[in-house]
Design a protein around this ligand. Structure first.
Ligand code: AMP
Ligand code: GLY
Length: 426
């Protein structure tokens, strides 16, 4: 079968790396891909939002299955478009992708189906939002309803800051994404990312991972797309995962099915583990980045049949086997990220870094220069993944590889996995 992976990040490199190893895949394509994905797949220069060109390419090349990486094309209806053209694709329909595309939709669904989440109000009028804020005690969480590329959530320490955030969003500060705002109760606790494949009805749990969202060591500084991740995590005990599945993930799937918008694809539940149990922070309708980079290397089974079964409504017949080991990913980013950064700096040493035992390197924003040199071409650039019998061994492997990378234009955190490592006996 010919398979096309859409996207250009570390998540898509991990997916392509796994799919390239499937005996079912005759030829693997990626659009647009990156310099690392080019080692696994034939990269074609098509934008993930260019539905017409993607469809034409799939028809010309007789692509049997499309795996959509990022949320933007899913929320814009790419899967509906492909399926309407007779092309099989992995991911939710536009209606089901609203779980990520509209925070208000997600919160209302939780309310209708009694799924534990922060209490909330939704507003399009400033004065009503301000009155609601006056009745809350800080911190207060303000969210733009729509997709805002990670900039749509403000944790306000005061009512005035919450009002300023609301005023900015409703005035168009985040474009259409902020036309409506959701104001939420602040949840204290530890966060985890929970993943399951879903086929409309059935849910096949993958695993949970922990991400590091803040840019600097000690979880300081502004939020990013994710500076590193690890799995499994000691926080996600079997009992906790069962609770998340039965009280949050399966009720989401059942609720959507009941309401006539069956969900297919990967369900990524952002969970806050509070003193009152797990609560749903957000839902993403795609794989996590960098969480996927620590899930995929531990997967022993062929990924492709599981993705196809999710699309076909046949997950009941699938079980997956996992390597009994930990994986930890250190993200290397261009200096300045998540603020302004320069593209085009040269990266050396990736080949020698990849020779460190138990290390796999997934590329994100990379490209090749005319001389074949590896060039940074984005904010998050490389994902250095170490594996080992426990998270400390995985961390040691990853950082041994990081030490071999010569990239004056980049940086990474030096403490990825600190919480989990702290729980291990010395
Ligand atoms: P989201 O895009 O909804 O995941 O929000 C981004 C980040 O903001 C989350 O990963 C949390 O760290 C934080 N966050 C979102 N909602 C809440 C909440 N209700 N209470 C505390 N933190 C939150
Ligand atoms: N790492 C968080 C995300 O993929 O949204």
């Amino acid at each position: 079968m010919k398979v096309l992976v859409l996207g250009a990040g570390g998540r898509e490199h991990a997916l392509a790396w796994s799919l390239a190893a499937s005996p079912l895949v005759d030829k693997l394509y990626a659009a647009p891909g990156n310099a690392g994905i080019a080692a696994e797949a034939i990269c074609v220069a098509i934008d993930v939002m260019d539905f017409a060109r993607i469809t034409a390419f799939c028809k010309d090349e007789r692509i049997g299955f499309v795996v959509v990486g990022p949320e933007a094309p899913l929320c814009a209806g790419l899967v509906d478009h492909l399926e309407a053209n007779g092309i099989m694709a992995f991911g939710p329909t536009q209606a089901a992708a609203r779980l990520e595309g509209s925070k208000a939709f997600m919160k209302e669904l939780c309310a209708r189906h009694k799924i534990p989440t922060a209490s909330f109000g939704r507003f399009t009028e400033r004065d009503a939002a301000f009155r609601f804020i006056d009745a809350q005690s800080p911190p207060i969480v303000v969210k733009a309803d729509g997709l805002a590329a990670g900039k749509g959530v403000i944790i306000a320490e005061t009512r005035d800051a919450a009002k300023a955030a609301v005023a900015d969003m409703l005035a168009g500060g985040l474009g259409a994404a902020g036309r409506e705002v959701v104001i939420e109760e602040f949840l204290a606790g530890e966060e985890l990312s929970y993943f399951a494949l879903v086929d409309g009805t059935n849910l096949l749990e993958l695993d949970a991972a922990q991400d590091h969202k803040r840019v600097f060591d000690g979880d300081q500084g502004p939020n990013t797309g994710g500076m590193g991740a690890y799995a499994p995590t000691p926080l996600a005990t079997l009992a906790l995962k069962n609770e998340i599945r039965t009280r949050i993930a399966q009720p989401l799937v059942d609720g959507l099915a009941e309401e006539g918008v069956p969900y297919k694809g990967v369900l990524f539940a952002g969970i806050m583990v509070t003193k009152d149990g797990p609560k749903l922070l957000e839902v993403n309708c795609r794989f996590g980045d960098p969480e996927t980079q620590v899930l995929i290397p531990r997967l022993m089974s062929d990924l492709l049949p599981a993705l196809i079964a999710a699309r076909d409504g046949a997950l009941k017949h699938v079980s997956l086997r996992w390597h009994d080991e930990a994986a930890l990913c250190v993200v290397m980013a261009s200096t300045g990220y998540p603020g302004a950064y320069t593209k085009g700096t040269v990266i050396r040493g990736v080949e020698t870094a990849a020779q460190v035992p138990n290390v796999t390197i997934f590329h994100a924003g990379t490209k090749r220069g005319v001389d074949g040199a590896l060039i940074a071409d984005g904010g998050r650039v490389l994902n250095i993944v170490g594996r080992g019998p426990n998270v400390k061994a995985a961390q040691d492997a990853a950082y041994a590889a990081v030490a071999r990378i010569d990239w004056p234009g980049g940086f990474c955190r030096s403490d990825i996995g600190w919480r989990a490592v702290k729980t291990l006996p010395p």
